[in-house]
Design a protein around this ligand. Sequence first.
Ligand code: ZN
Length: 214
Amino acid sequence: MFDVPSDGMPSAQEALDRLREGNRRFLQSLHRPDAPSELTARIALVVKQEPLAIILSCSDSRVPSELVFDQGMGDLFVIRVAGNIVAPSMVGSVEFAASAFGTRLVVVMGHSQCGAIQATLDYVQHGKGAPSDNIRDLVERCRSPVETVVSVAGPDAPRERLMREAVRANVRNSCDHLRHGSALLERLCREDGMRIVGAEYSLETGEVDFFEGV
Ligand SMILES: [Zn+2]
């Protein structure tokens, strides 16, 4: 493992620790005491950015990464898409940030009560169609892990349990896709200390649980 990158960027572990600390502050309605003002940060960021983590999360308005991790401008490179799915442009966005900035930590973050996962469950369990081809594409990308959850849990499993397990299975699926769907990311993981981890944000508690790859 390459725990201490030579370019001054935080290691994956250090970045993860900072996100965990930030989420603890968020839970207590606190803010980083040494955070620069937005004006200072904005001016410093004109020349360059050094985001400590790349976050692939859901577009849901209730899950803003900068807030739930108490991070400021320039701290996170965030890719948001309904259901935190991995399509080629998301892989490309992660590859871009990793190669351009040397960021070592990638977090795929799902969340409780995710509408994209609810729609996928409705489709898998009841054949409920999507209102457009583009939404169907999103559902298709979540379908395989959700189908597995439904078939293991059985047809009578409570919806709450299926949702809980499907959200996490979908995050794991996106992590796997990033780990094995890109030669560039695979090399960075193998040789440069990059880590791809999965997390779930709880709408109910505000807590982020890193449950995959940590
Ligand atoms: Zn969602």
